[in-house]
Design a protein around this ligand. Structure first.
Ligand code: HEC
Length: 135
């Protein structure tokens, strides 16, 4: 009887250790479960349409024309929405962005704006960085 109780408790102990290890490895924004529906859909759109130019992380670093493609990481959500709606309604015209914005629904605009605005960056003041070259 004691043996059975021991075996059962060992079984549950193993399960809880495995669970703990699983949750330790699953950190960061790549964990789908951490994302709201808006973020998940925004990420998907960003991956399929925007990332070619703005990067999935909003940093336009894909070579070639990337210097004339704005970085949109951590931009205010309302600003991104306003710009995308302005392209969509022809208030601003741009050979690429007008076409792209017209492919987006109002909900898509919300979602991609949520995605790019929620990516956070650390700001480095060049004065401070230059004053402390060793860091
Ligand atoms: C073919 C390349 C390309 C793709 C794909 C693309 N963009 Fe752009 N995007 C640009 C360029 C170039 C500009 C600068 C346009 C201008 O000067 O008005 C821009 C501008 C923007 C701006 C305005 C930024 C600002 O600071 O005013 C936003 C917001 C934006 N893009 C979001 C998106 C989103 C969201 C997607 C995906 C749905 C996307 N873009 C896909 C090239 C692209």
């Amino acid at each position: 009887m004691i043996k059975i109780i021991l075996m059962i408790s060992l079984f549950f102990f193993t399960l809880s250790v495995a669970d703990e290890q699983k949750s330790k490895t699953e950190t960061g924004a790549t964990v789908g479960a951490n994302l709201s529906a808006e973020l998940k859909n925004g990420k998907l759109k960003a991956q399929t349409i925007c990332s070619a130019c703005h990067g999935l992380d909003g940093q336009a670093a894909s070579g070639g024309n990337s210097v004339i493609i704005p970085n949109i990481t951590a931009q205010h959500k309302d600003y991104l929405i306003a710009r995308l709606k302005a392209y969509k309604s022809d208030k601003i015209q741009h050979p690429q962005m007008t076409v792209i914005a017209k492919m987006l629904s109002e909900q898509d605009i919300e979602n991609v704006s949520e995605w790019y605005s929620r990516i956070k960056v650390r700001i480095f003041d060049p004065n401070l960085v230059l004053a402390k070259p060793s860091q």
